[in-house]
Design a protein around this ligand. Structure first.
Ligand SMILES: NC(=O)NCCC(=O)O
Ligand SMILES: [Zn+2]
Length: 441
């Protein structure tokens, strides 16, 4: 991600007030380490006072948050806006995607720059900045993908971590053979470079060679529908790659962040690796796997089944969603992202006769916080403080973003959501850049 925050554009959002002073009154403030009944006063996008009976200037716009929770805005560590992959382009651009994010209570997203094989990382980074700047409705940062390896890539990684770019995380793929996948040698080199640069390596952990061979075998047997997607890459294929990625990170002397962990087997592999690892192992899961399971791949309707195709896939084991909530609650996993990567129906049709050609990706940037609230907080698996940790403050800490983010405290950026526990969603959000609030109901 970059440390820079680009200016926000709020065009198109129903702005209720352009005042730069806002008081959120009578709410319960939730941080990752406690809950208190407090009022929050914001001026020019910065939290100026937190307490009761605050003395504030006249004419300040007030939100009555009685019965509501006042929480740090969500940070979604994993989105793909305007990404081109598998012959299609994601339906959400940076405007639509970040607008949806804010409507769901997320005030910062971290997207992925994914260079084509052979493409300059700097060129790809600049392209992504061009796509996003001026369009985003909330803060954003960028992780950069290392999709091929050479001394030139290493040099560009060194440049990208400089203050000019501020990147501090690089993502490598162990899947998508013949596209973004790195072999183990190159993955080792990339992780060593991350360790040298004090950047955080991230991996998509699935065994791309096994997936490729299983796909050939399934197609030869006449399995062409979306059910073939999960059959070609079961839990073991994910867990093996998690273990291998941890071993390589350990050898490279690097910490490791594993994106979109989708199965109980993968979480077990991560837990096992933690007992021997020299550096931190961080696990992210997705709203999709907390929200539902892989039974959709058996749906007779191609449109329905293909809409659920993402990698790693949703798992057929129906106990997976609850297990993922428990893993987040117990700190076996540390974050929940959306991996928002939406495709129009016509694009999913590219794989009508061959599941391996269905563009991979689902929605979730708007729904991430509500899904976790419903599945984990309302069920008693997780308390609101842990909810704040896994949806916001852990990302702020892990990616070292703006230390003042992810926390409701004096002098923090006023990225705030007012959360209605009865409606199970945000009813209002304040964005620090313009100190506006908007009603999304
Ligand atoms: N996850 C997925 O299926 N699509 C987005 C690209 C990726 O992260 O693998
Ligand atoms: Zn992704």
């Amino acid at each position: 991600m970059t440390v820079d925050v680009t200016p926000t554009s709020v065009s198109g959002i129903n702005i209720k007030s352009s005042q730069n002073r806002l008081l959120i009154k009578n709410g319960r403030v939730v941080n990752d380490d406690g809950i208190e009944d407090l009022d929050v006063y914001i001026e020019d996008g910065i939290i100026k006072q937190v307490g009761r009976n605050l003395i504030i200037p006249g004419g300040t716009r007030t939100i009555d948050a009685t019965g509501k929770l006042v929480m740090p805005g969500g940070i979604d560590p994993h989105t793909h806006f305007e990404l081109e992959m598998m012959g299609a382009k994601c339906a959400d651009d940076f405007y639509k995607g970040t607008r949806a994010a804010v409507a769901g209570g997320t005030t910062c997203v971290i997207d992925f720059v994914l260079p084509q094989k052979g493409q300059s990382l700097l060129e790809a980074y600049n392209n992504w900045r061009e796509k996003a700047d001026g369009k985003v409705c909330c803060d954003y940062g960028l992780h950069v993908g290392v999709t091929w390896w050479s001394p030139a890539v290493k040099k560009e990684m060194q440049q990208l971590v400089s203050e000019q770019y501020g990147v501090n995380s690089f993502k490598m793929f162990m899947a998508y053979k013949d596209a973004w996948m790195l072999d183990d040698y190159d993955l080792y080199c990339a992780m060593e470079t991350c360790a040298e640069l004090k950047a955080l390596p991230q991996v998509h952990a699935e065994n791309g060679h096994i997936i490729a061979r299983n796909t050939e075998k399934l197609l030869a047997k006449g399995v062409t529908g979306p059910e073939g997607h999960q059959l070609s890459r079961d839990e073991e294929v994910e867990a093996e790659a998690v273990n291998r990625a941890c071993v390589i990170a350990n050898q490279a002397g690097a910490p490791l962040y594993i994106v979109h962990m989708m199965s109980k087997s993968a979480v077990r592999a991560l837990q096992l690796a933690r007992s021997r690892q020299r550096h931190a192992l961080i696990g992210e899961t997705l709203a999709a796997t907390v929200g539902t399971d892989g039974s959709h791949y058996g749906n007779a309707c191609f449109r329905h089944a293909a809409a659920h195709v993402l990698s790693p896939p949703l798992r057929p084991d129906p106990s997976t969603p609850q297990a993922m909530c428990e893993a987040l609650a117990d700190d076996h996993l540390q974050l929940i992202g959306s991996d928002n990567c939406t495709f129009h129906e016509k694009d999913k049709q590219l794989g009508k006769d061959n599941f391996a050609k269905i563009p991979n990706g689902v929605n979730g940037v708007e729904d991430r916080m509500a899904i976790l609230w419903q599945k984990a907080v309302n069920t008693g698996i997780m308390d609101p403080c842990r909810f704040v940790a896994v949806t916001s403050s852990n990302a702020a800490k892990i990616f070292n973003i703006w230390p003042q983010k992810g926390r409701i405290a004096v002098n923090s950026d006023a990225d705030i959501v007012v959360w209605d526990p009865k409606l199970e969603r945000t009813i209002s959000a304040a964005n620090h850049k313009q100190a506006v609030d908007f009603n999304i109901s």
